[in-house]
Design a protein around this ligand. Sequence first.
Ligand code: GLY
Length: 564
Amino acid sequence: MKNSIPKSLYLFYLLISTFLLFNYSVVQASSSGQAAIATAHPIATRAGEQILKQGGNAFDAAVAISATLAVVEPFGSGLGGGGFWLLQDAKTKKTIMIDGRETAPLSANETMYQDRQGNVIKGLSINGALAAGIPGEPAALVHIAKKYGRLPLSKSLVPAIQVARKGFRVTSLYRRMVNFRLKALRQSPAAAKVFLYRNKVPYPGYLVQQPDLAKTLEAIAVHGHAGFYQGDVAKALVKGVQAANGIWSLKDLASYQVKERQPIVGQYKNYRIISAAPPSSGGIALVTMLNILEHYDLEKMQPAQRIHLLVEAMRRAYRDRAEFLGDPDFISIPVNELVSKSYAKKLVKTMTVKTATPSSDLKAAAPVPQGRHTTHFSVVDKEGNKVSATLSVNYPFGSAFMPPGTGVLLNDEMDDFSSKPGTPNVYGLVGNKNNAIAPGKRMLSSMSPTIVENINNSDYAVIGTPGGSRIITMVLHGILGFTEGKSVAAIVNKPRYHHQYLPDIIQIEKGSMPYKVRKALELMQHTLKELRGRYGNMQLIINQNNKMMAASDPRGEGLALVIK
Ligand code: GLY
């Protein structure tokens, strides 16, 4: 029976969810050659396990996990959003990036979020139907299943369909996310009906059931791509969007295409770095930073010295992100130059080991606005096929808008474009023409699903995290930890800090940096800002010294498994 849990059990659930939170960071070790999964939600991890046990490969498991996360972690990703799936084939060792990023609707234009005076209208690219790009996740799942999977969608979507129908229980993280987006969710009656309880934040343990979403998933299971982008689902999506002042058309949906892209590949010491290509900025920024850091003996340094150099590398890579990156189908990007060792050498010459370079001294450019939520998962099957995937609806619960009858919560990824190139946006950040809105264009992303391989042996890491513009630097910390031989637990637990060129500050997790280190950094002319909490939700699998280990970030509620 739906939501039969009495409110009197509220405290009980509060206790349970607190207990689960502390219990959720699972770390396991086994001999290599096993399968492993790490995702942000235990139900999604179990969905992947179920599909592997039914004879599916890592790519089938990735389809099942993505679809299940769309149901149980609606604030992170979903059918109404998009993402990047890095797939590595065990036999050929080839890695390909599936680009299921959203696109701007065909009637979108560069000034659509500005008023007549040219000022950006606050919230228009964040809340409601106008904020939504054309979703890419359904197309990507169909493509992965058809081209790389062994099981039909009628099998790999079963776990997601079942949980959409039966429901999942509300946790403390879910409640925090709803609270953050409560006002926007209340604006969409269909979304409020599904995600709220009597128009309020649901109590812990409340059962969220999504029968409309189950039907949409079934349409995809039966009709594939056309099940979402044509027919009844497409009509209901467009009708709902247009009724809420959005600009989608049936042509937008019918013309959406998933892209296969070559990932960005770099080398750091004796490790191969394989990461997301544009329209993500992640791979290029990671390789630029690692190429810079290769010039220093980081492991022998005092903490403040190491942090200073990492921050200087971050500052430069994020400056380039803003200056050069966008949708490669629309602009020309000097990829080879940006990931070259010679370019990093030039950047190193602009750095000093003692003092911060003010961002204002670097050529003017600035980062674009970034979302706060998203999700990541990592999967390896017994044959060694690997998936590193980061998916998003942008802000928690995306645009918070759900077209009635579809169960599909739409993204607000349009906010990842520069709403007004050249002048500060709602976040006080300046965007760049390269990432301006254009019909059919993909918005620049920071999502950085990554695979790291030791060139001399069989060690590897499958790594990624949500976290908006901080994704790239979290993955950098993770890669450095792995290459320095840190344990899987140490890597996901590590306190995090971040610099993104502008604003010119080092953002640090609450309570994570000793006073002495902070003082030393301030003496080097850095400005520090302690955040109100911790950030990210890393899902990591590593194979180290013939042992396979998996970990789910203790900051989240996920589950990591090594499957015998
Ligand atoms: N919406 C977050 C990102 O793509 O970077």
